[in-house]
Design a protein around this ligand. Structure first.
Ligand code: COI
Length: 350
């Protein structure tokens, strides 16, 4: 039996953005790496503040990771998740990179089911958006000195967020001679600190009217990597779809992987995961777009770099990919890849 929540108001569905809306419930689970099993199963709690020791390692040392995934309401009323197993696997890889005990995949999936089911009334109607799930794992151990932590917690909350239209609202990027993450660092993990440092870089670009920055790789400051929170793709004049290969500076995006899979198997494009320099992007690309769970697929209209600015008029590849991905996510298209998972009715009461 879950404790009754306050009953927060529903948002206005027609004006949803990526802004946060307080919902009714969160899910929490504690872990202790010095016992077996390490992790307890998640439990539903009313939405509200969580308490932490002021000495919790996450607060001083940033020992924390997070995920982002989405649930969609289908026309038949059922609610489905998009590729939650991929997020569960990445949550484990990120935890291991930060020397935390990984949260088991089955516990991750049942916690997401519980969270979405308990907050089902906050899942937007079909076509109006999605319910964004934010799982986090933190080292909550009180530690003055720095080292591996045993006492851990997983917390998940969610928020209804807006839909992106069939036509991409194209964005403007400023390529910067800066790296998002350090070579050999935590760039392949979804670690808190990777995001904290980017505000300082993206802020000035946003003040100049750009939507975000495009980082170069830390070793050479030549090849493009990612924006602050999305992977980057181009289509060159020969029709090749190119994205930087996974390495220590690239996050293995779930949307990135979905794009690559569909581009290869269904659109039969010539797909290349290879380093691509900013000079090649500016000289050869006819189309550019960013991918991420939050960003979805966003066409890039313009990239400014040093004293140059180049426009990218192409939209075709992005639009074809988005039609397939968004159709699968929302249940408009048959899911031939086993990427969706229904949230069982009553999952939060089991
Ligand atoms: C996501 O795309 O889900 C992310 O976590 C990126 C974040 C910058 C919103």
């Amino acid at each position: 039996m879950i404790a009754p929540a306050r009953g927060n108001p529903l948002p206005e569905w027609s004006t949803l953005t990526f802004a946060f809306t307080e919902t009714d419930y969160i899910v929490r689970a504690e872990g202790d790496a010095s016992r077996e099993p390490v992790w307890e199963t998640g439990r539903i709690e009313p939405y509200g503040p969580i308490s932490l020791s002021p000495a919790a390692a996450v607060l001083s040392y940033g020992v924390g990771i997070f995920e982002g995934l989405k649930a969609f309401r289908r026309e038949d009323g059922h609610v489905q998740l998009f590729r939650p197993d991929a997020n569960a696997a990445r949550f484990q890889r990120s935890a291991e990179r930060l020397s935390m005990a990984p949260f088991p995949v089955d516990l991750f999936l049942s916690a997401v089911d519980q969270l979405v089911d308990a907050n089902r009334r906050f899942v937007p109607p079909p076509g109006r958006g999605s319910f964004y799930v934010r799982p986090m794992q933190h080292a909550v151990e009180a530690r003055l000195g720095f080292g591996a932590c045993h006492e851990l917690a997983v917390t998940m909350y969610g928020s209804p967020v807006g839909a992106v239209g069939a036509k991409s609202e194209a964005i403007r990027l400023q390529a910067v001679e800066r790296a998002r993450v350090a070579p050999g660092g935590t760039g392949a993990a979804k670690a808190m600190g990777n995001y904290a440092g980017s505000v300082h870089v993206a802020g000035p670009a946003r003040e100049q009217g750009f939507d975000d920055v495009l980082y170069l790789d830390a070793r050479t400051l030549t090849n493009v990597t990612e924006t602050s929170g999305a992977n980057f793709f181009v289509v060159n004049r020969a029709g090749q779809l190119i994205t930087p290969p996974l390495d220590d500076q690239i996050l293995a995006g779930v949307t990135r992987d979905s794009v690559l899979t569909i581009a290869r198997d269904e659109l039969r494009l010539d797909v290349q995961e290879r380093p691509i320099s900013i000079d090649e992007v500016l000289a050869e690309a006819g189309e550019a777009f960013c991918t991420g769970t939050a960003w979805t697929l966003k066409s890039v209209d313009e990239i400014a770099f040093r004293d140059r600015s180049v426009r990218f008029p192409g939209r075709e590849v992005r639009d074809r990919l988005w039609e397939i991905i968004s159709g699968t996510q929302t249940g408009r298209r048959v899911d031939t890849r086993g990427w969706t998972r229904l949230v069982p009715e009553g999952a939060s009461r089991r």
